[in-house]
Design a binder for this molecule. Structure first.
Ligand code: HEM
Length: 84
């Protein structure tokens, strides 16, 4: 089983630019840097760079039909869990 690294909210907040872009979704940490240029919603993803997007991701209307793609992409970008 894969052991995931733990990151504090403070750690995640340091990765808040288009060149170094982490997000939190449901207590997991994702490195979305390589996805920044591919995001169909463009730079809107930056609004949550270094932040917890749990309450935002499912409510973007364009995300609903793309949800299976999003889940797959998140899985690829998973780097850790949030240390509470
Ligand atoms: C893991 C993959 C993805 C992540 C982490 C992600 C993340 C985000 C975030 C954080 C926002 C801003 C939400 C807000 O401001 O409330 C956003 C907006 C958006 N996303 Fe994604 N997204 C992903 C995949 C996709 C895909 C596959 C599509 C294709 C339909 C898409 C289309 C959009 C659109 C159209 C917006 C709104 C753009 C705007 O407000 O100008 N996203 N996304």
């Amino acid at each position: 089983m894969r052991v995931l690294k733990e990151y504090s909210i403070f750690d995640v907040e340091q990765h808040c630019t288009h060149e170094d872009l982490w997000i939190i979704y449901k207590d997991k940490v994702y490195n979305m840097t390589s996805y920044y240029n591919m995001h169909p919603g463009g730079l809107a993803i930056l609004r949550y760079a270094g932040r917890d997007a749990t309450l935002a991701l499912p409510f973007v209307s364009a995300h609903s039909f793309a949800w299976s793609i999003i889940e797959k992409k998140l899985e690829e970008c998973l780097i850790g869990v949030v240390k509470r």
